[in-house]
Write a protein that binds this ligand. Sequence first.
Ligand code: PGA
Length: 252
Amino acid sequence: MSRRNLIVGNWKMHGTVSESLKRITALGRKLEDIGTTDVVVAPPHTALYSAAIAAQDTGIKVAAQNMHWEADGAYTGEVSATFLTEVGCEFVLIGHSERRKLFHEKDEQLNKKLHAALAHELGAIFCIGETNAEREAGQTFERLKEQLKIGLHELHIHDIEGLNIAYEPVWAIGTGNTATTEQINEVHNWIRAYLEKNFDGPTANSIRLLYGGSVKPENAKSLIACENVDGLLVGGASLDPDDFVAIIEAVA
Ligand code: PGA
């Protein structure tokens, strides 16, 4: 099965509404033909609505960086899946390592978020990855297995069609230390096999596996060339439209 490449720019907490609009407009102008690549940007919540409108004719889609699993209620500071779809969001990041580390999000909560996102037909981008300490201790696969097992708990074959999984080794995020293609191949092949074993072959093959962690224009081509890498999750380099476009073009 052929999977369309997916390039996601995670803007994190960078960008007022006007800055986000400037970035989207610049991207739209530079991206003349994104062809067979899906391009998604994730601005802060406040800029989602205007970003989705500005992106309308560009082919670029918009993602939220986080959401709550309940539809509504007394959850101060949170937003739900329906709020996101209403403002034109088509994707959502779930379980980014910064959410896990700085905001103490647990695998069990991420599982609830995944259920809610998929039920609302949001393209979930579920982030998993080991810390440096876990890798050094030889616990990489143990940790990834735990994240997948709990994160995908009670999700069935028909639920996870359209799911995207981003492997982001925590030690590679924002550090300039990109994982080697050997490390990425080893993990991505393992994730594909895990999905095949726990769901089935066609389902496993329908899920896009993204790599994230210090992706740059210079390494995008070699990363996407890995057999089971179907896309890239880009942080820092997605803030500069020239760099982000260079990454998209390297992948195309
Ligand atoms: P980075 O961030 O590209 O700046 O390493 C990746 C991410 O946080 O998703």
